[in-house]
Design a protein around this ligand. Structure first.
Ligand code: ZN
Length: 329
């Protein structure tokens, strides 16, 4: 799969506002669900998946031996928030994933509850018609800060091993720090699915960096290779190079050591000090933000991740450190 798709007309079959595409291979394999735009101000993942489907349409013509094992279902996440370019409309869609209970009256308490229902319905529909033995989920995001790219997983060995194959730093331990995320839904036993499931989140860089689209595409293509949907020889080395170019000198496996939850009553009062980047080193005691109670010091040394430089978001910053827990996987 090469890096530059030929532009092609939209295919009316299989496309909808929710579904970017549903590619069904000729050989058995996993069902890969790729999601972009769970946050509406992060369109890079959506654009990457649209490009991926353009590549898949072109591939048989350019590479007659191309085969695909399993299925790829690509979804747009928060349609309404994507339309208005906001992280969310009523509530953060990546904090409300929980076991699926659809109301009987077809009304929803929030815009995001309706979006979640639409995403889960699309996944359920694909599963009903699929013979896949495994579900693999990749959730594509970007951050307000610049700096390094990374993957986040649960602490299960299969997901960690898969994330490690992307060739970017992997952050473990996030499930205990954040509730209601896509990862926690698919990895914490909340999802009622009889088949095994591996799930990773990929953070492709800054929202506004055009290369974030290339990196999200590269990570998704590499994941398709790692899970056996596409063969090694059918994947351009361009994608590896794209990810390698964004590498920063940090350990390959890190774990969450601190998350700064913003007091919901003081949302407007939180201000991150300027200039922090993903994976910037910070010393314990350094003042890195302020809120209504005054300066906020880093409670431990480590690397800053996802410092918040936008008006929406429930966490001010994360601190991660090299994983030193022995056997990682
Ligand atoms: Zn996001």
């Amino acid at each position: 799969m090469q890096s530059k798709p030929e532009p092609s007309a939209p295919d009316p079959l299989g496309e909808s506002p929710r579904v970017i595409g549903h590619y069904i291979g000729e050989e058995p394999g996993p069902l890969v669900v790729a999601i972009g735009g769970i946050h509406g101000n992060e369109p890079a993942g959506v654009q990457a998946l649209e490009q991926l489907f353009d590549l898949l349409k072109e591939e048989p013509r350019l590479n007659p031996g191309f085969t695909f094992r399993g299925e790829l279902l690509a979804l747009r996440g928060n349609l309404e928030a994507l339309r208005v370019g906001r992280r969310y409309v009523d509530i953060d869609l990546n904090r409300i994933w929980k076991p699926y209970v659809r109301g009987t009256d077809n009304t929803f308490p929030t815009v995001e509850a309706r979006e979640l229902d639409g995403m889960l319905a699309a996944i359920e529909n694909a599963l009903e018609d699929s013979s896949a033995q495994e579900l693999v989920l990749i959730d594509l995001h970007t951050t307000t800060a610049t700096g390094g790219i990374f993957a986040i997983t649960g602490d299960d060995a299969p997901s960690l091993l898969l994330a490690a194959e992307l060739g970017v730093p992997v952050i473990k331990g996030m499930l205990s720090g954040l509730q209601g995320t896509t990862l926690s839904y698919f990895r914490s036993g909340e999802y009622d699915f009889e088949h095994p499931c591996r799930a990773i989140t990929f953070e492709a860089g800054a929202h506004t960096d055009e290369e974030s689209v290339d990196r999200a595409l590269a990570a998704t293509v590499n994941l398709l290779r790692s899970v056996g949907c596409v063969r090694e020889e059918d994947v351009s080395t361009h994608h590896e190079e794209t990810l390698r170019r964004a590498a920063v000198p940090v350990p390959t496996l890190l774990e969450l050591t601190y998350v700064h939850h913003i007091d919901p009553d003081d949302r407007a009062g939180f201000t991150m000090r300027p200039g922090y980047r993903n994976f910037q080193s910070v010393e314990e005691g350094t003042i890195i933000a302020e809120d209504a109670n005054g300066p906020i010091a880093a409670p431990c040394s480590g690397y800053i991740l996802m410092p918040l430089y936008q008006d929406q978001g429930d966490e001010g910053f994360f601190i991660v450190a090299a994983y030193e827990g022995g056997t990682a996987y």
